[in-house]
Design a protein around this ligand. Structure first.
Ligand code: ZN
Length: 220
């Protein structure tokens, strides 16, 4: 589980994963954490959308370890902090959509010294603020996700927050695995991963006869 840590000694400093001023190295280190924690699986997967993919992410596998979560998000926390201090970015609170965004929001809020909360689906399936979470008019929000694939989840969350009078000023995520799509806010991905997905009937891996796995299932 902690192969990277173990290879570096029993108590390696967490900042070993974050080398400021070397953007690509930061992303490589985040990828190593994703692999070592089992959060990034490589193979042939049947996604919940019905499409097939060569990678599958279950970020909860990484985020269950607070030290790994802190290390994986340290790079973007530092950059976001710099941009706030320089006046390039305004953020009053960090908000993520449940479930994936909860721990990412918490950990970035912790590192940035900002409040963090989350939006979740109500009984009708619409994204909502519950549990007494409140926004102030004009409050500047850093919106966060674990994995960004299509943007549907953060898009709904942004629509909710702006509808309540807040302003989304930036977007951050642990893994950016988009194949297409523009992001119109300042964007802070902790890592970017090329993952290919196909229609079930047009899957390159199926054509090679490789069996597809449904993630989360014990059966193969
Ligand atoms: Zn396939």
């Amino acid at each position: 589980m902690y192969e990277v840590f173990a290879a570096l000694g029993a108590q390696p400093p967490l900042d070993i994963y974050y080398t400021p001023k070397h953007g690509s190295q930061i992303m490589e280190n985040v990828l190593a954490l994703l692999r070592d924690s089992g959060a990034m699986l490589e193979g042939h997967f049947l996604l919940s959308s019905g499409r097939h993919s060569d990678r599958y992410f279950q970020c909860a596998k990484l985020l269950q370890y607070p030290d790994m979560a802190a290390a994986a998000l340290a790079g973007i926390a530092e950059k976001i902090g710099q941009d706030i201090r320089s006046g390039d970015l305004e953020v009053d609170a960090v908000v993520g959509p449940a479930m994936g965004g909860i721990i990412v929001a918490y950990e970035l809020g912790r590192q940035l010294g900002l409040p963090a909360f989350f939006a979740e689906r109500d009984d009708t399936g619409a994204m909502a603020l519950r549990r007494g979470f409140e926004l102030k008019p004009g409050q500047k929000i850093l919106l966060v996700e674990d994995v960004i694939t299509t943007g549907k989840s953060y898009g709904e969350c942004a629509f909710l927050l702006e509808g309540l009078g807040a302003k989304v000023t930036a977007l951050a995520c642990l893994v950016d695995r988009r194949q297409a799509g523009e992001i119109t806010w300042p964007f802070y991905p902790a890592c970017k991963v090329e993952a290919t997905n196909w229609d079930a009937g047009d899957c390159e891996l199926c054509k090679k006869g490789i069996p597809a796995v449904k993630p989360g299932s014990r059966k193969i």
